[in-house]
Design a protein around this ligand. Structure first.
Ligand code: NG1
Ligand code: ZN
Length: 544
């Protein structure tokens, strides 16, 4: 009752704005920053409850990723460093939309009872807090802190301005009982990068590679990359749009989302960069795409998207597994996870390479969960969010094998492969997609293969595609199935889409409600750009 009193008092300082209904979507709560304080306050409470329930440290990140600077958002990292369990999302919605403090307290006490959460147990909650560079982040972080500490005994630990993947990484390592400061993160990625560089076949090292130019989206990623790059040898990185004073506005004409959708150079890039290897991060550095600038006056680029990063990773991993399998016949289950937004040409290519490919609905939580079913699961969204997951049992097999080989065949090809896989598992973020570790792995693999960005891009040719969004009053009216490739409701809509698709060669199209915006997204692919545009447009007309 002491607890209820405190909650009531704190909650009254964060009344919810009138007429706003908000829901925990693909990436937590997102909205214009000016209406978010009460939501963030309440998510603070939620995070503390989650910590009590799991008896583990929980993460709370304040970011709106690639969205405009005036937006912000909040999401929770579970004990493993992954997204908040889906089972708690309905409660998150209820909390965020509770009309007044009395109602809020009632909801909390009912939920705590149902979930067996004790406010007076020996474990006290701890939540790690992070935020991106958005100016609104500072006061929202304070709201989160107030929410957390309104749960008696709960501790809110501020970790400063971070990339989203850094916070997830910290939560994961803290719960493993390991040191999880930002400096530990940097140490881990630069050490494993160094190892992987050492394991590159000798004949490849000779070939010097030119510098990588990275567009930091004027966000937190650029700043962090400046720190990382100082610790690397054998890789020269030039950071542009690093978010420093005068370089431009967060996500405005820059960043991975802009580059992927518009297929033109981000601000700060141009004809002087023709042919060079370039990469783009998003506002919270959990997405990564590569590109090179094409010759011509229209600032067009050749995009190397998440699907191609996935393909590069898959080829490298598969090559290591072939070396392992050959020697001792151990079968390793490698799975590739994509969404319906993956370019059709990428899926065809991966299958042709003999890889097992599955589709899940959009949203990291689905991809991550699926990838976790394999010994090694590689997942990517076309937009550049993805990572490589290693199962605990496969990692321990690798550790054992590494020890055995050290005594029986030191210096063998097989030992090298084992060491490479172990180093990849250290480099690439096991909690969530991470553009910083992704960049380092891409760079290692390009050196390993000796490929230029052009050669990499030629692995396969993307099918022309078009994405549109249709503003609707109620996006929940559209219900899909089969990894979002088919519409179930409204009735008749899927038949109409089928009809349109049938008019094109290599045509493919699907629609789904966005989880982050009030829109229905339309995707179309066809053998020419004109046809893809046309198909998308005609499908969009059926949605309206
Ligand atoms: P929604 O708005 O649900 O389509 C978008 C991206 C997702 C994911 C989330 C979170 C597309 C088509 N959708 O989700 O892949 O990245 O944002 O940021 O790119
Ligand atoms: Zn992001």
């Amino acid at each position: 009752e002491h607890q209820a009193g405190i909650l009531l008092e704190c909650a009254s300082k964060y009344p919810i704005p009138k007429g706003v209904k908000i829901s925990y979507g693909t990436a937590g709560f997102r909205a214009d920053a000016s209406i978010l304080s009460s939501t963030v306050f309440r998510v603070g409470i939620l995070a503390a409850l989650r910590s009590l329930k799991t008896k583990s440290v929980i993460g709370l990140m304040i970011t709106a990723s690639h969205n405009q600077i005036s937006d912000n958002g909040v999401k929770i990292a579970d004990p493993s460093g992954g997204m908040l369990t889906q089972e708690w999302e309905p409660f998150a919605d209820l909390l965020a939309n509770a009309p007044d403090p009395q109602n809020l307290v009632k909801l909390i006490s009912e939920f705590a009872k149902k979930e067996n959460i004790s406010f007076t147990g020996v474990y006290s909650a701890e939540v790690l807090l992070g935020r991106d560079t958005r100016p609104s982040g500072e006061s929202l972080l304070e709201a989160a802190r107030q929410g957390i500490t309104s749960v008696v005994g709960a501790l809110a630990t501020g970790m400063g301005i971070l990339t989203t993947p850094q916070l997830h990484w910290m939560v994961r390592y803290r719960n493993k009982g390991k040191s999880s400061l930002e400096s530990d993160y940097f140490k881990q990625i630069s050490n494993s990068f160094r190892c992987l560089m050492d394991y590159i076949p000798r004949e490849m090292i000779a070939s010097e590679m030119d510098e990588l130019i990275v567009d930091g989206a004027n966000g937190v990623g650029g700043e962090k990359l400046e720190v990382v790059k100082k610790t690397l040898s054998g890789l020269v990185i030039q950071v542009r749009n690093s978010g420093k004073e005068g370089e431009g506005v967060l996500n405005q004409g820059v960043g991975a989302d802009f580059v992927q959708k518009e297929k033109i150079v981000p601000s700060g890039f141009g004809q002087i960069d023709v042919g060079k290897r370039c990469a783009s991060l998003d506002g919270d550095a959990d997405r990564l795409v590569y590109f090179h600038v094409l010759l011509g006056s229209n600032n067009k680029i050749e995009l190397v998207d998440g699907d191609k990063i996935l393909s590069l990773f898959a080829l490298y991993i598969k090559q290591q597994l072939i070396i392992l399998n050959k020697e001792d016949g151990h079968h390793v289950h490698l799975g590739i996870v994509q969404t319906a937004y993956a370019n059709g040409a990428s899926t065809d290519y991966l299958k042709k390479m003999g890889l097992e490919v599955v589709l899940t609905p959009t949203g990291v939580k689905y991809l991550h969960e699926k990838a976790y079913e394999y010994d090694i699961g590689i997942y990517f969204e076309a937009n550049g969010h993805g990572t490589i997951l290693f199962s605990a049992s496969f990692l321990s097999w690798l550790e054992t094998r590494n020890k055995e080989l050290a005594s029986t065949s030191e210096g063998s090809e097989q030992q090298l492969s084992v060491k490479r896989l172990l180093a990849v598992s250290e480099l690439i973020n096991q909690a969530v997609g991470d553009a910083l570790s992704g960049v380092l792995l891409v760079e290692v693999i390009l050196r390993h293969t000796g490929w230029s960005i052009q050669r990499w891009s030629e692995l396969y040719q993307d099918l022309p595609s078009r994405q549109l969004k249709v503003k609707v009053v109620d996006r929940t009216a559209v219900i899909t199935t089969n990894a979002e490739t088919e519409v179930v409701k409204p009735a008749g809509l899927q038949e109409a889409i089928n009809c349109e698709v049938a008019k094109y060669t290599m045509g493919r199209s699907f629609i789904r409600p966005s989880g982050t915006e009030d829109v229905i997204r339309v995707y179309a692919e066809a053998s020419t750009q004109e046809e893809a545009d046309h198909l998308a447009k005609s499908v969009a007309q059926h949605v309206d």
